[in-house]
Design a protein. Structure first.
Length: 54
């Protein structure tokens, strides 16, 4: 982004880079939440199987 700001000073780099940063953050949140959900569902299934035996 710094190189882009040097090459084209009339382009506002802050507003150009903001959508890219937001989309990267949303992608990381999506990956993190899907991993946490998989772990939660596995643990929840284990707890249900323990209560089902008793």
């Amino acid at each position: 982004m710094g190189l882009l700001g040097r090459l084209m000073p009339q382009l506002n780099v802050f507003f150009f880079g903001m959508p890219r940063q937001i989309s990267l953050q949303l992608f990381l949140v999506m990956i993190t939440l899907s991993g946490v959900m998989i772990l939660f569902l596995n643990d929840f299934a284990n707890v249900l199987s323990i209560f089902g035996r008793g």
